[in-house]
Design a protein around this ligand. Sequence first.
Ligand code: SDX
Length: 428
Amino acid sequence: MADKKAKLTIGEISTEFDILSGTLGPNVIDIAPLSKMNYFTYDPGFMATAACESKITFIDGDKGTLLYRGYPIGQLAAESNFMEVCYLLLKGELPKNEEYQEFCRTITRHSMVHEQIRYFYNGFRRDAHPMAIMVGVVGALSAFYHDTLDIKNPEHRASSAIRLIAKMPTIAAMCYKYSIGQPFMPPQNSMSYAENFLHMMFATPTEETVPNPILVRALDRIFTLHADHEQNASTSTVRLAGSTGANPFVCISAGIAALWGPAHGGANEAALNMLQEIGDVSQIGKYIARAKDPKDTFRLMGFGHRVYKNYDPRAKVMRETCHEVLDAVGAHDNPLFKIAMALEKIALEDEYFVQRKLYPNVDFYSGITLSAIGIPPNMFTVIFALARTIGWVAHWNEMISSPYRLGRPRQLYTGSPERAFLSINERK
Ligand code: SDX
């Protein structure tokens, strides 16, 4: 892949670096020889750093492009489904019919959790944030599968991948049931992935519910939109944890922890809370002013993106899905939706946002959509984690199944030079 060279001259020393090109996107400079020059690169926030090579997902922030294994997100959201997308992200190709049926059967048959898992929930307060429970319970899965934790064994990796994809909806729904004091509902093998999740969330032993097919389809699409996003903060966390040889369950737990932050996956819950705080279209100007005030830490949640400096292609599909769901539940005059539409319009015309290329991202409409489906705000990031599990697992597996090195960044040290210890009586 090295077809060109870059040359760096510092003082008398010149060094050449390979320029590597991929299938799409910017070329990269292989800076390995830099360590021989006793220099490090310096790139806080990794604004211009490719931490790895990957074949899974490609994003072009300027064109608003998102490809899963080469397929545009808009086509997958419109014509595929989440189980197909899981197969695609994990194996690299869309499944043929028999492969698809077998994959769905396998996922379905791993959706139950060990009975002991129930007892973990009892240790949490009923009002614990469900993301705190997810971090704990998903990591604890590694205490149940000692038989398949050899990460060098492809069959063990495949088995862990299936278990994680299959069990996340069950564990997530159990978080919600625990928080409202209702009994856990077991998965139903007769149901599709998204339908089963809604069943485990909202059915009770006393009353069967038939999930609304429009909401099932909408949720399946939301899972697809959130499935992967190249080297975002949580996926990079999973890769870094995985590079130590840690088992996949705790690596995914680390990813869940990173996703929880409001600058990342926690933005959907924060965006809905922000809309509720704004409360009325007449208050939008006050919040726009706060978002623009450099002295105010307030930011418009659901706006802006590190990579998309044009629109987020997922936001476009999410906005359409939002309309569909609000129509289906008869909530099109939802006041939060009206505030969201007005906020989007005002922000997109405001010079501050236009100049900084701050557009609504996937989280801006997902909160309203999930809320209209009946999912409480503190479960929004749990849904994001449920969907992103396939992305995390695909990247973990891609890294572990080819040569990789322990991730160990260096630093620019600006602390104290070496100094001698002083006993407490000698200190001035
Ligand atoms: C996700 O990486 C991924 O792919 C993530 C994700 C995925 O699928 O994995 O896409 C999911 O995390 C989406 C992003 C969700 N986060 C939010 O909606 C939170 C609100 N957004 C911001 O926190 C912010 O936009 C970030 C964190 C998303 C991106 O920030 P950057 O790239 O570090 O940019 P920045 O903070 O340097 O901002 C550049 C300028 C600054 O102003 P100036 O210093 O130039 O004057 O834009 C301003 C910022 O103050 N700015 C905002 C803003 N976002 C950036 N001002 C007001 N409101 C905002 N939302």
